[in-house]
Ligand binder design. Structure first.
Ligand code: PEP
Ligand code: MN
Length: 364
């Protein structure tokens, strides 16, 4: 059930309706929008008796929600969710594209700083790097843990980029919440419902990556888990799904972007690094992601990809990231977007659409 308030309903009237809902034993989620506030009701097992709510001051109408998700839906909030961060113009979901870049994993201080300096200079507003790595093999590098988080906190201090990093369980979530600006929940945990609920009680935004074989509805329901606990700052991220195709690590499903935007007000980023697993495909699919209307990109960059402890094959060289930024700065205005950068921008590299193999940077 959704309570739609009148356009001019006062805050007091919204509060009174929320209190009434809570007194009925349910949870009220007031979602202010540009036109009007709507209040989602969760926690009900069956139908809600609309009687008393319908008659309250400021209420326009009650809408029954037939979808299995409510808070992620455009039914409750028609305008896009824009996530803002103190002390920076960077947003996620606004007209400016959010560019998240950095290594797969924080390996040591020198590596992290070397990459951070380059991606900041190229225009990334968000720095990514795993301190807790959900590796397929237990013998692979598992991340530096809290030490990695400390390195990223220093990077935020020095470069002004906001930090996005993954929490893999309840324990790491507590530390990630403390150090990071955005908490990442990875593909492998997209349906870890207790972790999603715990992230829903965090005060920081959550970046939720699509599970390896998750449908659109399953993905939205995972986001609903986070929102149902009161954290409405959720960012979705398409990172490819498993298919029969074997020329890439995953199949990047760009059609998910308009599909999500039709149903949900939440921002959606695209990760062409995990989405392809191949360095030479990251820039072309980044261009496509911006063109399809994504709210930003998450890209892995390493200053020495051949020596990377994880995902070297899909990590761009810093020069390739410079070139990627040049190209998306050209595409962004075509779809009504800008590319705000916080770092000093790289000197103009001659932009050229790499249509041929020769035009694509050789290293792979
Ligand atoms: C990552 O972004 O570092 C990562 C592990 O991605 P995913 O969860 O999409 O595999
Ligand atoms: Mn990775």
């Amino acid at each position: 059930m959704l309570v739609v308030m009148q356009a001019h309903a006062s805050e007091e009237q919204v509060r009174a309706v929320c209190q009434k809902i809570e007194a009925m034993g349910y949870r009220a989620h007031a979602m202010p929008g540009a036109q009007r506030t709507a209040i989602g009701i969760t926690g009900n097992q069956g139908e809600i008796e609309p009687g008393t709510l319908e008659e309250m001051l400021g209420v326009q109408e009650l809408i029954r929600v037939s979808k299995p998700y409510k808070l992620v839906s455009r039914d409750i909030k028609q305008d896009n969710t824009v996530i803002r961060f103190a002390g920076t113009e960077a947003t996620i979901g606004g007209p400016g594209l959010a560019i998240v870049a950095g290594p797969c994993a924080i390996e040591n201080r020198e590596q992290a700083f070397a990459v951070a300096e380059r991606v900041c200079r190229a225009g990334a507003q968000f720095f990514r790097g795993g301190a807790y790595k959900p590796r397929t093999s237990p013998y692979s590098f598992q991340g530096l843990g809290e030490q990695g988080l400390q390195i990223m906190a220093e990077i935020r201090q020095q470069f002004g980029m906001k930090i996005i990093t993954e929490a893999i369980d309840q324990e790491s979530l507590e530390l990630v919440e403390e150090y990071a600006d955005v908490i990442q929940i990875g593909a492998r945990n997209m349906q870890n419902f207790s972790l999603l609920k715990r992230a829903g009680r965090c005060k920081k935004p959550v970046l939720l990556k699509r599970g390896m074989s998750a449908t659109l509805e399953e993905f939205l329901m995972a986001a609903e888990y986070v929102m149902s606990e009161g954290n409405y700052n959720v960012v979705l991220c398409e990172r490819g799904v498993r298919t029969f195709a074997d020329h890439t690590r995953n199949t990047l499903d760009l059609s998910l972007v308009p599909a999500v935007q039709r149903l949900s007000h939440l921002p959606i980023l695209v990760d062409p690094s995990h989405g392809t697993g191949k360095r030479n495909k990251v820039t072309p699919l980044s261009r496509a992601a911006v063109a399809v209307g994504a709210d930003g990109l998450m890209v892995e960059v390493h200053h020495q990809p051949d020596l990377a402890l994880s995902d070297g094959m899909q990590s761009l060289y810093p020069e390739q990231f410079d070139e990627l930024m040049v190209q998306i700065r050209q595409i962004a205005p075509v779809v009504g977007r800008t590319v705000p950068g916080i770092g000093r921008q790289t000197p103009a590299v001659t932009a050229r659409p790499p249509r041929t193999a020769a035009a694509t940077p050789a290293a792979d």
